[in-house]
Design a binder for this molecule. Structure first.
Ligand SMILES: Cc1ncc(COP(=O)(O)O)c(C=O)c1O
Length: 436
C-alpha cells in the first residue's frame, strides 16, 4: 500500500524508539519520532501533536518586558506575592472578563499555570490532612496528574464524555461522598476535547465544593477561547464562565501562554478567592506555623518552589492585562486565528470519513478552537495515531488524556497556511487506502 511518507522509514523510526505501547506515546515522544522522520525523508509533517502557541508573542507584552529589563529589574528579586501593578491589573482583568471580584492581594503570579496547579493541589491537600486525593474531570492535561505522582498524593478521575449536565454533578458527588477529595480539577475550555462546561454545570460544581468543603482548581489555560460567543469586550457580558460565580472555594489559574502567546516566559496568575485566601487551617499551622491558606500558598509553597516569578515577565503580563481591560488590545481577536484553522482542518477530516469524538456541550456543537478530537470508524486511537504517521500527520492518542474514547487529539495551532492542500491530499490517500 503506497503512503505519502515511505512506509519503511516510518516503521523503522517507530521501531527504533522501542516504545512498549505506541498508543501511550507522550507528546514529547511523538515530537522526537516526527522530527526524525522529517529529517530522514525531507518531508514536512502536518504537526498536530503539540499544544504550543502557533502565533507571535503579544507585542504589548514584549515591549513592556524589554522596557522593564532596560530599567534594571533583572538584578532584583521579585517579591513573592507579585509586583504591585501586576496584582492590580490582574484583579481588574478578572473583573473585566469574568465579572468576578478578587482583591489584588489575592492575585499571585506563578511560573505558568503549571506551577499554579502544583502549588494549588499541594496547599489544598495539606490544608486538610484527612483528604489525600484530587478528582480530575477528564479528559485532561496529563502533566497535572504527574504533579500528584511527584507529590505522592492520590488521583481519582472520570471521562466526562458520558457525564454532562445533571449526570456530571451526580458523578462528582459520588466521589465527594467518600470524604477524601481535597480538590476538583478541570480545564475550561478543555484540553484535549474542547468541551466547555456550561454555567449550569459550574453552578452544580460550585454548590458541591461548598457543601463538601473541597477546593475547585479551575484551569483557564484557554481563557476566553470559546469562540461561539464574543467574550472579547471588557466589562461587558458575555463573560468567561467560571465556578467563581458559584462558590468561595476556588483557585482560578489564568495563563499567559495561549491567550497572549507568551508560553516561553512562563507566567500566569493564581487568583484565589478572598474567603479562601484568608481562611485559617489548623493543619497548615501545624506544618508551617502559619495557618492562612494564601499566606502558606505564597510564603511557604511558592517560596520553596521558585521564590517568585520572573520579574520582567510580570511587567509584560501587567501591560497585557491593562491593555486588554482598557479595550486597547483585543487579545481574543488575535487568537481567534485558531478557530479559523480548526474550521478548515475539521472540514477536511470530516470529508474523508473521520468523525468528531467529543461533539457537543449539552446539545450545542463544540466550538472551533485550539483542539478538537477525531476518530475513524473501526480503528482504535493507538492504531489511528500510528497509521496517520505514514500519511505525514502527527497527533496524540486520547488514551494518554484519561479519555475512554478511541480517538485522537488534533491541535490546530501549528498548521501553516500552505499546508491545507497537503492535508487534503494526505487524507484523501488515507481514505482511499482504507476503503472510504
Ligand atoms: C489545560 C492546560 N493547563 C495548563 C497548561 C500549561 O499552562 P502554562 O504554560 O501556563 O504552564 C496547558 C498547556 O498546554 C494546558 O493545556
Amino acid at each position: 500500500m503506497k503512503t505519502p511518507i515511505p512506509h519503511n522509514i516510518v516503521r523503522s523510526v517507530i521501531e527504533d524508539i522501542n516504545l512498549p505501547n505506541f498508543g501511550k506515546a507522550t507528546i514529547r515522544e511523538i515530537v522526537t519520532i516526527t522530527n526524525k522522520i522529517e529529517k530522514l525523508t525531507g518531508e514536512r509533517y502536518i504537526r498536530m501533536e503539540m499544544g504550543v502557541p502557533g502565533l507571535e508573542a503579544s507585542a504589548v507584552g514584549v515591549k513592556a518586558e524589554i522596557a522593564a529589563l532596560q530599567a534594571g529589574v533583572a538584578s532584583k528579586y521579585p517579591s513573592l506575592d507579585g509586583q504591585h501593578n501586576l496584582k492590580q491589573e490582574a484583579s481588574r482583568f478578572i473583573r473585566a472578563f469574568i465579572d468576578t471580584d478578587i482583591p489584588a492581594a489575592c492575585c499571585i503570579p506563578v511560573v505558568g499555570s503549571m506551577q499554579g496547579t502544583y502549588a494549588s493541589y499541594l496547599t489544598a491537600l495539606q490544608s486538610n490532612s484527612s483528604k489525600d486525593t484530587v478528582l480530575f474531570i477528564d479528559p485532561g492535561f496529563p502533566v497535572q496528574k504527574q504533579q500528584l505522582v511527584v507529590m505522592g498524593y492520590k488521583i481519582e478521575s472520570f471521562d466526562a464524555f458520558e457525564y454532562r449536565g445533571e449526570r456530571l454533578i451526580k458523578k462528582i458527588e459520588s466521589f465527594l461522598k467518600n470524604g477524601n477529595i481535597a480538590a476538583i480539577s478541570y480545564s475550561n475550555p478543555n484540553n484535549p476535547s474542547w468541551i466547555c462546561l456550561q454555567e449550569s454545570e459550574l453552578e452544580g460544581i460550585g454548590r458541591l465544593a461548598t457543601e463538601y468543603d473541597c477546593i475547585v482548581v479551575e484551569d483557564l489555560a484557554y481563557f476566553g477561547m470559546d469562540f461561539r460567543r464574543d467574550l472579547s469586550q471588557p466589562f461587558k457580558a458575555p463573560f468567561q464562565v467560571s465556578v467563581s460565580q458559584y462558590t468561595d472555594n476556588y483557585i482560578m489559574l489564568i495563563s499567559s501562554s495561549k491567550a497572549f502567546s507568551y508560553a516561553g516566559q512562563r507566567i500566569g496568575i493564581a487568583a484565589i478567592s478572598e474567603e479562601l485566601y484568608y481562611r485559617y487551617y489548623g493543619d497548615l499551622e501545624a506544618r508551617y506555623t502559619v495557618g492562612e491558606f494564601g499566606n502558606v500558598f505564597v510564603n511557604r509553597v511558592l517560596y520553596s518552589l521558585s521564590a517568585g516569578t520572573s520579574h520582567s515577565a510580570q511587567y509584560a503580563l501587567a501591560a497585557m492585562f491593562k491593555a486588554a481591560s482598557d479595550g486597547d488590545f483585543n487579545f481574543l481577536g488575535e487568537v481567534s486565528e485558531y478557530a479559523r484553522r480548526a474550521e478548515k482542518v475539521k472540514e477536511v477530516f470530516l470529508k474523508h470519513g473521520f468523525e468528531i469524538v467529543y461533539l457537543d456541550d449539552l446539545g450545542q456543537p463544540i466550538g472551533d478552537g485550539f483542539y478538537f478530537t477525531i476518530r475513524y470508524p473501526g480503528m482504535t486511537g493507538a492504531a489511528l495515531m500510528e497509521e496517520l504517521m505514514y500519511y505525514g500527520i502527527s497527533s496524540i492518542s486520547l488514551e494518554t488524556t484519561g479519555s475512554l474514547q478511541e480517538g485522537l487529539r488534533i491541535c490546530t495551532s501549528f498548521i501553516q497556511h500552505d499546508q491545507y492542500d497537503d492535508l487534503e491530499y494526505r487524507l484523501a490517500c488515507f481514505a482511499e487506502n482504507h476503503g472510504n
